[in-house]
Write a protein that binds this ligand. Structure first.
Ligand code: FAD
Length: 456
């Protein structure tokens, strides 16, 4: 069986490892090929870029198929399991344990996205991975799927996995363009700053387990360390999310314009850690948007080599898809041979902190189901159906929560702000167990339970 994974983001890379571990390593008749449109890994990381919060459930999924990758990530991430929520007047609304190692075995990590990519590279077989290959479309052909590349070449596969992100061509081919991704009116801007550049007062305020999330009437501002606390030359990540009616130019961001609009939004926000000469938010924005110098810190040098000091990430939404596979295709022979996962199946907004984790879970769950059904009659269709039954309800529930979190970052009036601040204060009073649904999920256990319930 020839499997082609389209997309070398975190979802595609985890899928590769999961399929190798659960199927292909034990059966030489199964080949797994991964194609990615970017010419190299560093290019992929640069374009997707930035920092992210990697949740315990995502780490558990990664650890299940590549324990060395999980260890690599753990060593390089900042354990951000305590969230401090503030409002723009500088008031602490509350603190919340959001993904502790004690409860979940893995903690919430704040980390550069590129590190997660790097972690998943060892173990990829050179002959299986093809950078710089852009897919234009896929088509069911008899008992196979035809993959069409931008350079005019084609190939046939027995199974195609679309892990090609929010503007997925596989999704587009499956639904004939009926479910297009659209800009959702919120934009994220962010970057990294060496810790040593922060004022001494602000440096003192950094809690070794803390992520600061501040909500105002004109958007949201977050900051935290993103390498382990107490490393010799730490740096922080910062990000702002705000409403912008038209989509900003992410290819050529105008740093001065970004800085001016960030200062207009957050520059006057208050923090108890403001210095007499500069407020916390103002100084982070000014440092984050300054012209890059050559930094001393080698990790920062690597990042700035990609000019990653200000990233503009407009957010996209895709309508909910009726299905994530072609298991219901009219072509019975092709049923279950096209699978969508990660953002290609369900565009996960940043507010969930679950996009990467859900993509990793999808990958592990599907690989285990395929392993189970592969040799059964009609096995690919059964695996596809089981994958949809297992994953769609969970992901839709997480999407609903993310939508509510995203709304809290939109511009709002005085009453709405008071209401939101009260809701956050109440949230901080709740036990950490309210996150069990998201963080405690164990893909291997979930598949075993599903199969047991189905009597298989
Ligand atoms: C501003 C922002 C902040 C976020 N923060 C977080 C966070 O803190 N935590 C979190 O968990 N999630 C976060 N997310 C969501 C997260 O980024 C996504 O859910 C996650 O990256 C999905 O992974 P994926 O592998 O499915 O898709 P992607 O990461 O988009 O990867 C898709 C890959 O497919 C490749 N590709 C696309 N088209 C083709 C083609 N035609 N041919 C070949 N290759 C192709 C792309 O180049 C890319 O490498 C954030 C998203 C945004 C926009």
């Amino acid at each position: 069986m020839k499997i082609v994974i389209i997309g070398g983001g975190i979802g595609g890379l985890v899928t590769y490892h999961a399929l190798r571990k659960h199927l292909a390593d034990a059966d030489p008749s199964i080949s797994v090929k991964l194609v990615e449109s970017h010419p190299s890994l560093s290019n992929t990381s640069r374009t997707i870029g930035g920092g992210l919060g990697l949740a315990p459930n995502g780490m558990r999924a990664i650890a299940s198929i590549a324990p060395e990758a999980a260890a690599y990530i753990n060593e390089r991430g900042f354990l951000g399991d305590v969230m401090s929520f503030r409002n723009s007047n500088g008031r602490l609304l509350g603190r919340f344990n959001g993904g502790t190692i004690r409860r979940y075995g893995f903690g919430m990590l704040m980390i550069r996205r590129a590190v997660v990519h790097e972690a998943l590279i060892p173990g990829l077989r050179e002959e299986d991975v093809h950078w710089g290959m852009k897919v234009e479309g896929v088509k069911e052909v008899g008992e196979q799927v035809l993959v069409e590349y931008e350079d005019g070449t084609t190939e046939l596969a027995d199974l195609v996995i679309g892990a090609d992100g929010v503007r997925s061509v596989v999704q587009h081919s499956l639904f004939d363009g009926a479910y297009k991704a659209a800009y959702d009116g919120l934009t994220g801007v962010g970057g990294f700053i060496p810790f040593s550049d922060l004022s001494p007062r602000l440096q003192e305020s950094f809690d070794p387990h803390g992520v600061t999330m501040t909500f105002g009437r004109k958007g949201f501002f977050g900051y935290s360390l993103c390498v382990p606390a107490f490393t010799p030359s730490p740096f922080i990540q910062w990000w702002s999310i705000y409403e912008a009616p038209s989509m900003p130019n992410r290819e050529k961001p105008n740093k001065d314009a970004i800085k001016a609009q960030l200062l207009a939004r957050h520059g006057s926000w208050k923090s108890p850690y403001d210095s007499p000469d500069s407020g916390v938010y103002k100084s982070i924005i000014e440092l984050g948007c300054r012209d890059s110098e050559t930094p001393q810190n080698p990790e920062m040098q690597a990042m700035l080599a990609f000019d990653m000091n200000v990233l503009v990430l407009p957010r996209y939404v895709t309508p909910r898809l009726p299905c994530w596979t072609n298991a219901g295709s009219k072509n019975e022979k092709a049923q279950g041979r096209i699978i969508l996962l990660g953002d290609a199946a369900h565009t996960m907004p940043p507010d969930s902190g679950q996009g990467v984790s859900c993509a990793a879970e999808d990958a592990v769950v599907y690989a285990l189901l395929l392993k189970h059904y592969y040799t059964a009659p009609d096995g690919l269709r059964k695996a596809a159906k089981a994958y949809e039954r297992m994953r769609m309800p969970r992901v839709h529930r997480i999407l609903d929560i993310a939508k509510r979190n995203g709304d809290a970052k939109k511009e709002m009036g005085w009453f709405a702000q008071k209401f939101r601040d009260t809701a956050i204060w109440l949230l901080c009073k709740l036990p950490e167990s309210i996150h069990d649904y998201a963080f405690a999920y164990d893909s291997e256990k979930a598949v075993a339970e599903f199969l047991a319930k189905e009597g298989l």
